[in-house]
Design a protein around this ligand. Sequence first.
Ligand code: NAP
Length: 236
Amino acid sequence: MQQLWPSAVEDPQLIDLYRTPPGPWLRLNFVASLDGAGTVDGRSAPLSGPADKRVFGVLRMLCDALVVGAGTVRDEGYHALRLDADRRAWRVANGLAEYPTMVIVSKRLDLDPALDALADAPVRPIVLTRAGADPGKLAEVADLITVGDDQVDLRAGVAALRERGFAHLLSEGGPMLFGSLAAAGLVDELCLTVSPLLAGAGPGRIIGGPELPAPEHLTLRHVLYDDGLLFLRHAR
Ligand SMILES: NC(=O)c1ccc[n+]([C@@H]2O[C@H](COP(=O)([O-])OP(=O)(O)OC[C@H]3O[C@@H](n4cnc5c(N)ncnc54)[C@H](OP(=O)(O)O)[C@@H]3O)[C@@H](O)[C@H]2O)c1
């Protein structure tokens, strides 16, 4: 039996708790209600809170690139990936680029180039797409990487990102991207915030898309608690 609470965790410890092994790593970060919902009224924000935002910020600070599905970028109105001055200084002091690069996965390329996440990005974002999709004006604001013919081939996409030097990838979903990454065997870790809410029937889970070939076991690395929220870290 281990005591989970109370035990204060300051930022430097939080960083250590969420460090990943050196080399290639792909971490997912999600929030869910007690009854397993990934959204309330179509957004994840009602499930979150200040403590979740703190972990969210630390995970962004630790990654080389943030990989997000186009559905989440559209539905959540993603902003450009900016970090505060302290976090940028931490990154540079720890051998990372000042900002992580945002990578958006889109098959149809139905993304407005004027979106804040693209047009206002501090570093040029990447869009992972498939052959035959028309980039239009997207090519003016993002680098396009084409992987796959009918679908975005995520294995090839992740390999292409690693070739560009992005070893530690963080994905904030959404559910369809999570399901596709998991089915492709690419997920090393899931950070799950459990929110003390019953969302009720209706909203989907944090995972969608293709089925897994078989259920996969992940090992619990830690449990944190803050202001009603539980933070679970599980990894291969
Ligand atoms: N609880 C949480 O932590 C959390 C986190 C993130 C999102 N959400 C919620 O999830 C909802 C969005 O869900 P979603 O499943 O539509 O979003 P998603 O996974 O972010 O995006 C799905 C889109 O990704 C693109 N895509 C291209 N190739 C893909 C591939 N091989 N595999 C998977 N996706 C590929 C497609 O974009 P195109 O349509 O452009 O081709 C597809 O429509 C929102 O309501 C959001 O609030 C919750």
